[in-house]
Structure formats: structure tokens, C-alpha cells
Write a protein that binds this ligand. Structure first.
Ligand SMILES: Nc1ncnc2c1ncn2[C@@H]1O[C@H](COP(=O)(O)OP(=O)(O)OP(=O)(O)O)[C@@H](O)[C@H]1O
Ligand SMILES: [Mg+2]
Length: 363
């Protein structure tokens, strides 16, 4: 579509060539997404930093730029593939989407020197805003489709995890609670059978009391493992701090700012931090790890960063036993489900950074 718009706009403004650059928000740069011939095949291959070149300036300032002689304009930046030497003048207009948010930039160039007028700027702004809305809708659709897919995977994984959890719980109840209860029953029975001998009764009751205490401890342990109850009592920040205390091995740096989120989002961030810290302990061989929670313009960021051995995130699909590893996948799913973005940056030899960012609207 960007390409078709480029062709139409070139004709309508009697220009020679048109480029549509779209902002890649994650990488903070402009990417060429549509052009008129002979540049159509360059789509996706040419990038400009925000602020770089006339298009970069327009993206940064959200204002049009009319450039009658680009060689005299210090904003101009020469990109060999786009053959700037063949064109003299240009006009560049931001693609403004919802809330006047800059989605990209549209440029038309002319071989002959000319000064583009208000009429051209108005036309480009109008077409640009239609294009911006289409791009935004396409992105929303893509995000929705991805979330839907995540949701399906999450549902499947939840059922699987539930089964594993049930088996685990059955084991805990069997070993930690049923076993002591059985012994308890024997001791009480013995006390009953020797009711006439106070020394035996006292001895058996003492044993029974110890066993009751042990069973109670086990029950508490099982319950604590099921739900991070500190979240309900203290909130996310203090819960993360107490999580940091459980880290064994590397030195832990904690920097937790105040942040309160909806309950389901707090659980997601807590579990992600928990898995990230567990990974640091299991795999990183790090000497330091830092756990940070901060708020920036209303959006919430959680960072777990270690100085350990690092890894290739793209290749980390299996754990040491060759079984599918669920830690990283689970972290991503949890983040996506609450509308947050998870980014794992790691290179072998230079540590790992796990970043979760929760947009202000959801935080
Ligand atoms: N902080 C880290 N430092 C170094 N390697 C890491 C780190 N985090 C993850 N990895 C690597 O990525 C792999 C995948 O991690 P993931 O959490 O998905 O699985 P796992 O920890 O091996 O198993 P699971 O989490 O399912 O018990 C790990 O096996 C490890 O090789
Ligand atoms: Mg793991």
C-alpha cells in the first residue's frame, strides 16, 4: 500500500520519486517501506536514525520540511542507494496517526529545482494521515493476532502445568502431610492401648505433638509455594525485595521504586522476576545480579541483569537434559498476556538482561 500511495502522490505533486519511511518504535529508527520505481526493491533495506537526514528531522519534530535546494540544507543526509545526486528539491511530511503521533514520513523529490508549495504540503499531510491510520490499524491487528496466538498457547501450557502441579502437590501431600499423619495415628493408638501407663502415654503424646508440628510446617510450605502471599500483603516492590533475598550465589543489587499494578500484572512481573533470578542461579555463573523496578512516565519497567556467561536467546529452546525449556517461553507468555513487552538481551560471554516493560495505559 505504501508503494501505491507513493506512485499516486508522485503523480499528484508532479514529482519524480517518492519515499515512504515508517518508524520502527522498538529500534527508534525510520525504515523505508515503500517507494516509486526504480527504488521499489529497496523497501525494508534502507534505515535512518531518528533525527538523521531531512526525513529523520521531520520524524523527530513532527513538522513538514520544504527543501528547495537540498545541497544547501544542512539536514540533508546522502544515502547512496537512494541516488540523491539526481534530485534537487524535496518536501517531507510526517505521517501523523492517532493523537498526532508520528508513524513515519513521506518524501517527494524533484529532479528540477522547485519550491514545493502549501498545496503540496496539505495534500501530502492528508494522504499521510490516511496512510498513518492504516499502518496503525495493521499494527494493532498484528498485535491482536499475536496475543490471540499467545493466549491459545498459554491455555494449552496452563493445562499441562496444572497437571504437573497436581502431581507435585500430590507428592507433597503424600510425603509431607499424609506420612506424618499416619505415624501420628500409630502414636495415638499406642497411647490409647497403654492408657493405664502414664509414662508411655506421655511419651506417645509427646511424639504425636512433634509430628503434628511437622505436618503443619509441611502444609505451610506447600501453601507458600502455591501463591506468593507476600504480593497480597505487601505489594510488588517488597515482594521483589524478599525474592532477592532468596538468591544464593551472586551478589544481589536491588533498586526497587514504588509501583502498584493491577493484581494480575503484579503476579506476572513477580513470576517473571522469579524465573529470571532462578535462571541466573542455575545457568549464569554470575558474580553480580541486579533487580530493578522503576516507573517512567507511568510505564513500569522490571530489569534483571547479570554479569554471567550469557547465551544465545534464539537457540535456547531446551534445558540441560534436552527437554523443552519452559522458563523463557513462560516469561514471554506471561508478559504478552498482561500487555507487557519482554526483551532478553544476551551474548555469550557478556551477561544477560531481561527487561519487562508495561505501558502506562495498562500499568
Ligand atoms: N541468565 C542466564 N545466563 C545464562 N544462560 C541462561 C540464562 N537464562 C537462561 N539461560 C539459558 O537459556 C536456556 C533456557 O532457559 P529456560 O529458563 O527456558 O530453561 P531452563 O532454565 O533450562 O529450564 P526450566 O526453566 O524449564 O526449568 C537455559 O537452559 C540456559 O542455557
Ligand atoms: Mg529456567
Amino acid at each position: 500500500m505504501a508503494e501505491q500511495v507513493a506512485v499516486l502522490v508522485t503523480e499528484a505533486t508532479e514529482s519524480d520519486v517518492c519515499f515512504v519511511h515508517v518508524i520502527d518504535d522498538a529500534r527508534r529508527c525510520l525504515v523505508l517501506m515503500g517507494a516509486t520505481p526504480p527504488f521499489t526493491s529497496l523497501s525494508g533495506t534502507v534505515e535512518l536514525a531518528l533525527g538523521q537526514g531531512v526525513a529523520g528531522w521531520v520524524a523527530l519534530h513532527a513538522k513538514p520540511a520544504v527543501v528547495p535546494d537540498k545541497w544547501k540544507d544542512e539536514r540533508y543526509f546522502y544515502i547512496p542507494e537512494l541516488r540523491g545526486e539526481e534530485y534537487e528539491s524535496l518536501v517531507s511530511v510526517p505521517l501523523l496517526g492517532r493523537g498526532q503521533h508520528v508513524v513515519g514520513v513521506i518524501n517527494v523529490h524533484s529532479r528540477k529545482p522547485r519550491r514545493y508549495g502549501n498545496h503540496d504540503v496539505a495534500l501530502l499531510s492528508h494522504v499521510g494521515s490516511l496512510l498513518a491510520h492504516t499502518i496503525e490499524n495493521a499494527r494493532l491487528y498484528e498485535q491482536l493476532a499475536l496475543r490471540e496466538q499467545m493466549l491459545e498457547q498459554f491455555a494449552a501450557r496452563t493445562v499441562e502445568a496444572q497437571e504437573i502441579e497436581r502431581r507435585h502437590l500430590a507428592g507433597e501431600i503424600h510425603d509431607g502431610i499424609s506420612q506424618p499423619l499416619i505415624s501420628l495415628w500409630y502414636h495415638l493408638q499406642a497411647a490409647e492401648a497403654f492408657a493405664q501407663d502414664p509414662a508411655v502415654v506421655a511419651h506417645e503424646l509427646g511424639k504425636a505433638k512433634d509430628l503434628t508440628g511437622a505436618a503443619l510446617d509441611e502444609a505451610r510450605r506447600a501453601i507458600a509455594g502455591l501463591r506468593p502471599s507476600t504480593l497480597d500483603d505487601l505489594g510488588l516492590g517488597p515482594s521483589l525485595e524478599s525474592l532477592a533475598h532468596t538468591v544464593a550465589g551472586p551478589e544481589v543489587e536491588v533498586d526497587i521504586g514504588a509501583a502498584r499494578l493491577p493484581a494480575h500484572a503484579e503476579v506476572a512481573l513477580y513470576r517473571i522476576a522469579q524465573e529470571a533470578l532462578q535462571n541466573v542461579m542455575k545457568h549464569a555463573g554470575a558474580s553480580r545480579v541486579s533487580l530493578r523496578l522503576s516507573t517512567d512516565h507511568g510505564s513500569v519497567r522490571l530489569v534483571v541483569e547479570d554479569d554471567g556467561r550469557g547465551f544465545q536467546p534464539a537457540e535456547a529452546g531446551r534445558n540441560r537434559n534436552g527437554d523443552p525449556a519452559y522458563g523463557l517461553v513462560g516469561m514471554r507468555e506471561r508478559a504478552e498476556l498482561v500487555g507487557a513487552r519482554l526483551q532478553i538481551t544476551s551474548t555469550p560471554g557478556s551477561g544477560t538482561k531481561v527487561l519487562v516493560e508495561m505501558p502506562a495505559a495498562l500499568a
